[in-house]
Design a protein around this ligand. Structure first.
Ligand SMILES: Nc1ncnc2c1ncn2[C@@H]1O[C@H](COP(=O)(O)OP(=O)(O)OP(=O)(O)O)[C@@H](O)[C@H]1O
Ligand SMILES: [Mg+2]
Length: 241
């Protein structure tokens, strides 16, 4: 559960980067946050996780229930240890799990993510897509109740995208609240319950994906081809009147 009330983020000049956001997100829901670059998607996800960068001020309130995992847009920034397995163990160690349990959780998820081959590597040896997998691994091992993904699909190839979509489908089935920032809806739309469209730090639309086709297209969000045809058909039809 995420409860956001009159929340704003201001830069040092007083400009509102997020502007008066009111938003409730229930459990079991998969919400996608869309919007052009700079619309505030990352700022909003980080704020839900409780992170506001130095030099920025905030107003309003965000209340959450349950442990929150965030997969950063640039996963390198969230990895704090040198070795992959040590990184994956970090949160579990902080939660005081026993060594044997830590090992077994890491191997269980690494297997699912097809990332076992990465466990003995150093973080600096791995590719950007592999880094996303490691960020997923170290987040998933603690079973967060809320998971925030910041454009996770763009760094992955087709096979790994399919793996991540399957992971997201399972998480949703288990009742995890999921929020994903994405500018390409094509892979994720089938799993989405709700779309929030941000524009200049404000919520400009909030609704079911199929009710927002026109707005999403207008805002430059990549939508399924059939939707695009529908939107363009509607515009063409309107032009004929
Ligand atoms: N630490 C900061 N200091 C000042 N301005 C910032 C800071 N972080 C973000 N901004 C500004 O806030 C706005 C929203 O940024 P944000 O990163 O949330 O956009 P985004 O929607 O995630 O974009 P993208 O699709 O490119 O990831 C941008 O105009 C950005 O320049
Ligand atoms: Mg971003």
């Amino acid at each position: 559960m995420i409860d956001i009330t009159s929340f704003s983020i201001l830069d040092k000049r007083g400009d509102r980067l997020l502007d008066d956001i009111d938003l409730n997100i229930d459990t079991d829901e998969l919400t996608v946050i869309c919007g052009r670059p700079g619309s505030g998607k990352t700022l909003l996800l980080k704020a839900i996780k409780g992170i506001v960068s130095e030099g920025l001020k905030h107003e309003g309130k965000i209340e959450t229930e349950g442990r929150i995992g965030l997969i950063f847009q640039e996963p390198r920034k969230q990895l704090v240890r040198r070795n992959v397995k040590m990184e994956a163990a970090f949160d579990l160690e902080n939660l005081c799990y026993e060594r044997r349990e830590i090992e077994s959780k890491i191997h269980e998820f690494a297997k699912f993510l097809d990332a076992e081959y990465l466990l003995e590597k150093d973080i600096d040896e791995v590719s950007h897509g592999e880094m996303t997998k490691i960020a997923l691994l170290s987040t998933m091992v603690t079973h967060p109740e809320i998971i925030l993904f910041d454009e996770p699909l763009s760094t992955l190839d087709h096979t790994n995208r399919k793996m991540l979509l399957e992971l997201i489908r399972r998480l949703k089935q288990n009742g995890t609240s999921i929020v994903i920032a994405e500018h390409d809806l094509r892979d994720i739309v089938g799993l989405s319950d709700r779309i929030i469209l941000l524009r200049d730090g404000k919520i400009s639309c909030d609704g079911r994906p199929k009710d927002l086709k026109k707005e999403l297209h207008r805002e430059g969000v990549k939508i399924p081809f059939s939707w695009e045809l529908e939107v363009l058909g509607g515009e063409y039809g309107a032009g004929q009147d």
